[in-house]
Design a protein around this ligand. Structure first.
Ligand SMILES: N[C@@H](CCC(=O)N[C@@H](CS)C(=O)NCC(=O)O)C(=O)O
Length: 308
């Protein structure tokens, strides 16, 4: 096990970060919180990620984990007990992110920003327009609230249907990554909208389940500055061991120079040399003038890999 602290670069209002904070709670992991700005610039974080700018990012020494899928995988590997991958549900526990983080989350975002409307700060809108390469159209989101309520309700009804036999968690007796992934959307709406609980009123099982998750908390948290986190990376050596994947469909292998980027938005390419890869994970070695040598980890689903 690493001597370095588990560091989460996040901001308190971030729903994707809430997933990871909740996992710290479920697994009782002590962690160091680096609060980053909600908008760019993040001058002490970019040397670590190589330009990846989504939130959250986990850092352990000079190993940097981008995207909640990748962070969850690494936390399961390092802290397997209690497992959030119940027997027989390992695949869907991870795959649920493709439902909760995309279709479900788009409804959630629309409801939140469409309702906040004029209160959304101009600098936040400008930042997210740059991130998406498209207009962050709050007026259109406000107009779409009725249809988004329908969509949000449909997603809630799926969760309620899973829970209707009085089970405590989506897959049964044990909480899983699917619970964490889905809960993010309820947490985010509740954190922002006064009428959030009205939308939950008809879903008794969802309300009880969300109450159980809220009660979990975030585990032992301490604060650290971004400068301290960067300093830790400069002192550390990446711990990732070389791993090849004989089944890689494109014949990629350790030593190849590639670029990796998300397939949805924030499409910034991060370049480096492959250290390890598998069907679900790719790790790149990079050298940065401030951070030194780091290994940056990404998931495969939802990310594109190009030869450099
Ligand atoms: N697929 C990513 C999505 C993360 C994401 O979109 N996070 C939001 C904040 S909750 C974000 O990055 N917003 C832009 C930013 O923070 O720069 C993940 O699972 O971590």
């Amino acid at each position: 096990m690493s001597d370095f602290p588990i560091i989460l670069h996040h901001f308190d209002q971030s729903p994707f970060s809430e997933k990871i904070r909740l996992i710290f709670g479920l697994k009782s992991i002590a962690w160091s919180s680096v609060r980053i700005s909600r908008i760019m610039p993040r001058p002490d974080l970019m040397p670590l990620t190589g330009g990846y700018r989504r939130t959250p990012v986990m850092q352990i020494g000079a190993d940097i984990y981008c995207d909640t899928q990748c962070i969850m995988r690494e936390l399961e590997r390092r802290f397997p007990k209690p497992s959030l991958l119940p027997d027989g549900h390992e695949g869907l526990a991870f795959a649920s992110a493709m439902w909760t983080d995309r279709s479900f989350f788009q409804n959630t975002v629309n409801l939140v920003f469409g309702s906040l409307a004029d209160q959304v700060p101009a600098d936040f809108i400008a930042d997210r327009e740059q991130l998406r390469g498209a207009k962050f159209d709050v007026a259109a989101m406000t107009a779409a609230i009725p249809v988004m309520r329908d969509q949000y309700r449909a997603h809630l009804a799926w969760i309620d249907a899973q829970l209707c036999d009085e089970r405590e968690w989506i897959f049964g007796e044990q909480p899983s990554l699917c619970d964490v992934n889905a809960y993010m959307n309820i947490w985010y709406v509740r954190s922002n909208l006064d009428d959030a609980d009205d939308m939950l009123a008809e879903f008794d099982h969802v309300r009880a389940w969300a109450g159980r998750l809220r009660a979990v908390g975030h585990g032992p948290r301490s604060e650290m500055t971004s400068a301290e986190a960067l300093e830790i990376a400069t002192r550390a050596t990446p711990q990732t061991e070389e791993l090849s994947d004989p089944g890689d469909p494109n014949g990629r292998k350790p030593g190849d120079k590639v670029e990796v980027m998300p397939d949805d938005y924030g499409k910034i390419r991060v370049g480096g040399e492959i250290v390890a890869l598998s069907a679900q994970h790719i790790a790149l070695r990079r050298h940065d003038p401030r951070a030194g040598e780091v290994v940056v980890h990404f998931p495969r689903a939802g990310f594109l890999v190009f030869p450099a």
